[in-house]
Design a protein around this ligand. Sequence first.
Ligand code: PLP
Length: 391
Amino acid sequence: MSDLMNIDKEYVANTYARFPVALVSGKGSVVTDVNGKEYIDMGSGIGVTAFGIADDAWQAAVTAQLGKLQHMSNLYYTEPCAKLAQLLCQRTGMKKVFFCNSGAEANEGAIKAARKYAMEKKGPDWYTIVTLENSFHGRTLTTLAATGQDHYHELFQPLTPGFAHAPANNLQAVTALALEKKAAAILIECVQGEGGVIPMEQDFVKGLAAFCAEQDILLAVDEVQTGNGRTGALYAYMHYGIQPDIISTAKGLGGGLPLGAVIFGEKTEFVLGSGDHGSTFGGNPVCCAGALSVMSRIDDAFLAEVQQKSDWVFSALSGAPGVESVSGLGLMVGIKTTKPASDVVKACIDKGVLCLTAKNKVRLLPALNIPMPVLQKAIQVILDVCGEETA
Ligand code: PLP
């Protein structure tokens, strides 16, 4: 084991089961380890480096901003923050943005806003947030409570009260629970990511949107993993023809720097007022300059390319030896393999391809601009590994 790995093992909190790979640099979708071995990156830092490693345009935007103003308090105006909020609203039809640093923090903001909206509109009993079983919304105590997977909860009781979970794709169950619990909001991932790359059904999402509008219960979509072009639409809710009341996002938004956003629609734009919420680093000018570079390039032509790559990936994998099924949307792909997913991931590392897992599936979240030949090479390695007889 290398010195670096030993130091890390001794001094970094033991919260991550790291693979024995120490990475030092990269370009685009190729990363290099301390020994000079190259890997195709099919995980992009769990859907973060939307345009790959050290993307030229992103790097130029970030470094230019670094030389001007690396941070400023939210007591003052800064250009990248204002321009990014404007761009996000223009591209989504939403009205206002609150910036933060991560996905969990974005969901915290969404939950706070939903609680305040319902408290003011309907009274103090309307505080429950209904989420879906098998969902994932983050690791703070409140977003753990929102996460509909018991095994994340067990050791951290008591969690924030006021959350209830109903089965995904079961409109009757979700709406009944929302009425019974006097829900402030229903919070969903349009594609459950950590839960195993499972897209929600069209009728379910459309039905929820109609129910929420009718009952004046807010519909919040967690686009932390699915957002910013990942699924072949700018935001995954756009595949369903609905308009949410609140969007939370992070990951790919900053292209590799920590940035989250809560995006408010017509009903919610004025809910959070001065002093209701804040975040020292939220809207950091360097992160926002990088995000502007990312978001301004995710246009319709770019999204069409993401979709074409996705179509190719799905057809290359579906029905291949050792592949039981393929799920997902766009470049958010889950592969149910005959072999255990962790074995596939380890074998792929040996062959120079970095993949992720989600539950019992191999998960792929490559950079959205991964060149086709690089993508083809990586998928061929995955196909070889899945199809190989186990000794
Ligand atoms: N929500 C979803 C759907 C996620 O996939 C994640 C992270 O994987 C989060 C929230 C939490 O994001 P973060 O790790 O940035 O707090």
